[in-house]
Write a protein that binds this ligand. Structure first.
Ligand code: H2B
Length: 199
């Protein structure tokens, strides 16, 4: 490492207090990548949100439904570490064939991910369920986020990163869960069952 590497300012809004529970990486069902269902909110999204992921929205609603994303701002010790993490994040993308939006500066990487080619079951006027191509959240995003989070936790353990708590964290967490519940209500029909991949 370079001498005189600036350290993270003492007043940065950080905690180093332990690691939150992370669920196993879900297995992808065969066939079309379907949107998440209501149960996935508690199984996957709440734990991610407790690890300071939050829900975002991208411009342009598809057929009057909101396009949600799952995002996180990661914080590192310095630029070298940031670049190293980005390269490993790129490996996750290559591996998963899933690509988020990434923005980085000296010591932070903002990641936002959703599935462009997601399929959603919607009810037609005649009451029939059809699956339509609509961008949104799928288990591909969950897999990506869990893998990115695990990677960051390794950096934390090695002292190369710190936890960045978002501003108004509690409100952001509540808002994220609320948004997910509105977009993916219990009535949403998906018919998707999934297992998990080994760690
Ligand atoms: C053809 C290729 O499999 C697709 O374009 C993949 C690549 N990466 C992707 N990334 C994301 N975020 N959403 C997708 O739908 C997607 N699709």
């Amino acid at each position: 490492m370079l001498p005189n590497t600036p350290s993270i300012p003492a007043d940065a809004p950080v905690t180093q207090s332990g690691f939150h529970f992370l669920p196993e990486v879900p297995r992808l069902p065969l066939g079309k990548t379907m949107h998440i269902n209501h149960n996935d909110i508690e199984t996957y999204f709440r734990p991610l949100i407790q690890c300071h992921w939050h829900v975002g929205r991208v411009r342009g609603a598809a057929r009057d439904v909101e396009i949600l994303t799952i995002d996180k701002l990661f914080r590192f010790k310095n630029f070298e570490v940031t670049v190293k993490f980005f390269n490993e994040l790129a490996d996750i993308s290559l591996n998963e064939n899933h690509h988020g939006h990434y923005a980085c500066d000296y010591a932070r990487i903002y990641v936002s991910v959703h599935t462009h080619a997601g399929y959603c079951n919607t009810k037609t006027e005649s009451g029939q369920w059809i699956s339509e191509l609509i961008p949104g959240l799928t288990l591909r995003d969950v897999r990506f986020a869990i893998r990115a989070e695990r990677l960051h936790q390794k950096y934390l353990a090695d002292g190369l990163a710190v936890t960045l708590v978002p501003f108004e964290n509690e409100r952001l967490q509540d808002w994220s869960i609320e948004r997910l519940k509105l977009r993916y209500p219990p009535s949403q029909k998906t018919g998707v069952k999934h297992g998990t991949d080994p760690a």
